[in-house]
Design a protein around this ligand. Sequence first.
Ligand SMILES: [Cu+2]
Length: 454
Amino acid sequence: MKLLYALVAAACASVVSAHGVVEVFTANGKTYKGPGPLEEDGPAMPESPMRRVGARGPVTDVTSPDMACGVGSPGPTNGIVDVSAGSEVRFQMSPWMHRIGPLTLYMGKCPGSADKCEPNSLKWFKVDAKGLKPDGKWYQDDMASGAEGVATIPAGLEEGDYLLRYEILALHKAMEKGLAEFFIYCTQIHLKDGGSARPSDAQTVSFPGAYTAEDPGILVDVYTGFNSYAYPGPEVFTGTNGESGPAPAPAPEPEPEPAPEPEPEPSPAPEPEPAPEPEPAPEPEPEPAPEPEPEPVPEPEPTPSPAPEEPAPGGGGQAPGPARPPQPEDPSGPIILNPNPIPVPQPTPTPAPAPEPEPPVTTPAPEEPITPPPVETGGPTNTLPIETPLPAPPPSCKRKREAKQAKREAAQAKRALDNKVEAAKRSPAPKPRRQQVLRTNLYKRRYQVAPPRN
Ligand SMILES: [Cu+2]
């Protein structure tokens, strides 16, 4: 049990929570791998165009400088990649876990080279925002099922170096102030094939500064009386006043003027899976029920803190409050999420209810439950398959020889067991990170708290 705890703690020390980062960025038909978070000791990848965030966790303070380029306010990287005006850019997350909230792309024009660009002083403008789909689910839901996030760069935008700021906003706990989760990633690009369009000052914002914690798209209960979403920040800049250069492969979709129209979708609140119990006291920590988690839970242990946070839809105890007026819907027009992402070294998960894909496990150790296997040695019990039970003593000991033989066998079996345990102690098989992540998720779901750190 001790070892198990140590393993869980080790997993958590490096993976604060199982949030993804941008694993692959795609532009102009080329793919670029992104670095993992600083805290995880992965390769630095200085040639990547993606600035390296400090950790997987969210930014929750909208006044933090981290709102510009993500956790840890990552500094510049060396790579700058060409992106054509009017083209699509794509963001493939390493496994993504949240399903509620918008996906937004901002751009900020650098005064000089993008590898020297200071994000907190940029004038950012919004170029793409994807929220609810016509079926009432969120585009982020597709991302959690493996789809890429896709955004379109305005045609006609003036050329130069820019930072792309990709923002994933998770709203599953956003009914409580300060619990909306921002995941932000900056990519250094050089925009080519552009025109002369540039946003007006009124269309630009600063990060931090663009949002407040009370914005209706940030402090929002998406479970109760919810039927449309009010995007925080400025309107989408479409770049229509510029003359666009030769449009590359996918012609830019016609973008309607940002005339806000009321959300026509009267469908029920877009919660993926209603949680049955109406619990009036939302706990900040645990993840919402609908997050898919394939890990088999072998035996239901009593959870120490029995307060799940998810309010039931149309909740029993929840006062719905005054119904919000219909909010302007996304002016950016129809939204594409690529159903067939460009093949990248990321296993493409199957859609929604299917369990998350498990990468091929290379260690012989079987995936095992959080409960310790029934071994009394007190040694490391974690990764070792132990299937040899001690032979039972003979029912009666009339014959001494038989009894002796049984004793020998028992001693032998015990020695073999001890050897296995010792071997496991000496060389514990390293767990693939994915398994650790699943284990952390399982722990969090079961105990409603983050696993302990060491
Ligand atoms: Cu989260």
